[in-house]
Design a protein around this ligand. Structure first.
Ligand SMILES: *Cc1c(COP(=O)(O)O)cnc(C)c1O
Length: 427
């Protein structure tokens, strides 16, 4: 860790906390983050030359593993033709056509450079389309760092939301209602009380930013029914779940079709791309056709689009998502078995190629239940696994990811390391 420590000290002098996105600083688990130098398939190497099996995958985008030769070649070839034009290009049309063909709710789609821009734009569009202001979101779901979405529940079930970050005006937060994930009766009550003011409900159809919380049967269906009844726009934030849990995203997996969908992560294959799209009649409200403004200098960037297209070609291979889901399931089952053998209270769950590990006897169904997990045990587990060459997300509140490059050897190595670590946790 010598070189990583030196780099981390240098970084902290010129970058706040030494990182360009907060969780990378290891604040939750403590210690020095390894500075990563290269990746290949399921592995990454740090600045000190140590190798790790990687379960972060750049927080989701790398569904075919690090530096996949076909993705790298596509990006290189695009770069040679020009890095950016700020004018329409054919590959953007190809990507939009592909997204509309594969994701059930998409009739039209617009590309952005990040997931945050996609959700921010989808919210503005829903407000512009309905002429209403209020937004419904769910506790523990993350939708990027736009003001209207950095909101947590106030005290009492139906009070106005409160900013979850300094700098977010209380008036902005007050238009966001925060409800408990998987709580259908709270949802019914909220719509009954203020349905006529609700522009949109936004949800992670599988929550992956409070560790992993799967939707209970009926939750997404209720949300769909209530939005339809009250004329609110239903937004599935599939920035994480899109092309991660199934080819058509969570909406294909659960058979619930939203009005708008936001995408990111996998559709850029590791380069910055986001997208929002959905019903044609709603999308027609965007400038220059309609009154809702949205733009981006680098939106639809040719290099990023090429990496996305190459990735989306690979994930369409027959059986891709069955194999990905089987890998995540094998990992979860193996970890749970190892913990049980050592008498450690632990559970694990997966949906497609994403998974959660919990120091708690059963997987949580809400943010409150996620908070019941033993964080101390997670932090010890995390550091011991890192020491054994297994790179997990550095927080008890993040989901993990496998890629098509993770095979039986990586899973076996991980479970074997975990068995030793669990034994140490007990003592
Ligand atoms: C990552 C993520 C975002 C934000 O995307 P960025 O590209 O980091 O701006 C939004 N929503 C969900 C569900 C995400 O997982």
């Amino acid at each position: 860790m010598k070189r990583s420590q030196t780099l981390f000290r240098r970084a902290q002098l010129v970058i706040p906390a030494g990182v360009n996105s907060p969780v990378r600083a290891f604040g939750s688990v403590g210690g020095t983050p390894p500075f990563l130098q290269r990746g290949r398939g399921a592995q990454v190497w740090d600045a000190d030359g140590r190798a790790y099996v990687d379960y972060v995958g750049s927080w989701g985008p790398l569904v075919v593993g690090h530096a996949h030769p076909e993705v790298v070649a596509a990006a290189q070839q695009a770069a040679e033709r020009g890095l950016s034009f700020g004018a329409p290009t054919e590959p953007e049309v190809e990507l939009a056509e592909l997204l509309c063909r594969l994701v059930p709710s998409l009739e039209q789609v617009r590309l952005t450079s990040s997931g945050t821009e996609a959700t921010m734009s989808a919210i503005r569009l829903a407000r512009g389309h309905t002429g209403r202001h209020r937004i419904v979101k769910f506790e523990g779901c993350y939708h990027g760092h736009a003001d209207a979405l950095l909101v947590k529940a106030g005290s009492g079930a139906l009070t106005f939301g409160q900013p979850s970050s300094a700098g977010v005006p209380p008036a902005t937060a007050a238009d966001t209602v925060v409800l408990e994930y998987n709580n259908e009766s709270a949802l019914e009550q909220a719509f009954e009380r203020e349905g006529a003011a609700i522009a949109a409900a936004i949800v992670e159809p599988v929550a992956g930013n409070m560790n992993l919380v799967a939707p209970r049967p009926g939750f997404l269906e209720s949300l769909r029914r209530l939005c339809t009844r009250h004329g609110a726009v239903l937004i599935f934030d599939e920035v994480m779940t899109g092309f991660r849990v199934a080819l058509g995203g969570a909406q294909a997996l659960y058979g619930v079709t939203p009005d708008l969908t936001t995408l990111g992560k996998v559709i850029g294959g590791g380069l910055p791309v986001g997208a929002f799209g959905g019903r044609r009649d709603i999308m027609q409200a965007i400038a220059p056709l309609g009154p809702v403004y949205q733009a981006g200098t680098l939106s639809g960037n040719p290099v990023a689009v090429a990496a996305g297209l190459a990735t989306l070609k690979l994930v369409q291979a027959a059986g891709f998502y069955d194999r990905l889901a089987a890998t995540a399931r094998a990992l979860c089952e193996g970890l749970a078995r190892a913990a049980r053998e050592q008498g450690v209270p632990f559970s694990a769950a997966s949906v497609g190629g994403m998974f959660g590990i919990f120091f708690r006897s059963t997987p949580p169904a809400s943010f409150a239940e996620v908070l019941q997990c033993d964080r101390e045990a997670f932090n010890r587990f995390f550091h011991a696994m890192l020491g054994a060459g297994i790179y997990l997300a550095p927080s008890a509140y993040e989901a993990g990811f496998v890629s098509s490059a993770h095979g039986e050897a990586e899973i076996a190595r991980t479970i074997s390391a975990a068995r030793t670590v669990f034994a140490g946790l007990r003592s």
